[in-house]
Design a protein around this ligand. Structure first.
Ligand SMILES: Nc1ncnc2c1ncn2[C@@H]1O[C@H](COP(=O)(O)OP(=O)(O)O)[C@@H](O)[C@H]1O
Ligand SMILES: [Mg+2]
Length: 260
């Protein structure tokens, strides 16, 4: 079955403040959607709400993955259904090695009795780490502990490559990356492009989109998608910034959730 992820009228609140004000988006397998927008417009809130972060309360709307109700699922069920989020600020977990974490994450998505063998897992992990030009010692380090910003981002991509999700959400995966690391991350994403997999790439800047070509570009302001287009929209934003969008739509303050 080919992948179809549908978000309809999604609203969510944090600490009683409404941040998402009705998001509509449909992502099919094979498609790359980019969500761009200035800081504080609700982009990370969208990612966290979709993954079921407990701090965010959904107050309206519907989200389905291949017709299954995502909002009904617990976080681990969402992961098992094929949703993946690379977080803007990945957590550090002391005491759990990267490789233990990765193997548990893979096995959590498999049926009991069908766990990946240690040998096969190590072979896969080592080959993906090589593709991402990661030092092999990162397998044995505690998860993200003491990793630089760029190392954390590569590690998120490593997780994506091993988990083979159906819908990949990348939140500011390009932030903190130098140009070489950016290209490596982009290659990782491009290697995972498939008809079975859809991407939602959240980014403030368009530079990642020079290497990962989106099919659709959306601009988020005030907790809504206010404008959608093709790759040319990202190029215009890069060249001219966001002010023209605000002027065109009569938006003075593009942020959300700052109201007293
Ligand atoms: N953990 C949080 N606690 C309180 N408010 C939050 C939290 N996360 C987000 N918000 C509010 O949501 C708004 C949007 O934040 P966010 O979704 O992170 O925006 P973006 O990713 O576009 O920069 C913030 O300006 C803030 O008011
Ligand atoms: Mg953010």
């Amino acid at each position: 079955m080919s992948t179809k992820f549908v978000i309809e009228g999604l609203k969510s609140t944090i600490e009683g403040k409404e941040i998402l004000k009705g998001i509509n988006l449909e992502i099919k397998g094979g498609e790359i959607h980019a969500i761009m927008g200035p800081n504080g417009t609700g982009k990370s809130t969208l990612a966290s709400t979709l993954m079921g972060h407990p701090k965010y309360e959904v107050t309206a709307g519907k989200v389905t993955l291949n017709d299954e109700d995502v909002l009904e699922m617990a976080v681990d069920e969402r992961a098992r259904a094929g949703l993946f989020l690379a977080m803007q600020y990945p957590s550090e977990i002391a005491g759990v090695t990267n490789s233990d974490f990765l193997r548990s994450a893979i096995n959590a998505r498999r049926e009991e009795g069908n766990e990946i063998s240690l040998i096969k897992f190590i072979r896969q992990m080592e080959s993906k780490m090589k593709e991402l030009e990661m030092n092999p010692e990162f397998a044995h380090r505690y998860l993200n502990e003491g990793f630089s910003g760029g190392e954390k981002k590569r590690n998120e991509i490593l997780q994506m490559m091993l988990l083979e999700p159906k819908i990949v959400i990348l939140d500011e995966i390009d932030s903190g990356l130098d140009i070489d690391a950016l290209k490596i991350v982009a290659n990782g994403v491009n290697a995972m492009r498939s008809e079975e997999r859809g991407f939602l790439i959240i980014t403030h800047y368009q530079r990642l989109l020079n290497y990962v070509k989106p099919d659709f570009v959306h601009v988020m302001m005030q907790g809504r998608i206010v404008k959608s287009g093709g790759p040319e929209l990202a190029e215009r934003l890069e060249a001219e910034g966001y002010d023209w969008v605000k002027e065109e739509l009569g938006i003075v303050d593009e942020t959300v959730g700052q109201e007293a």
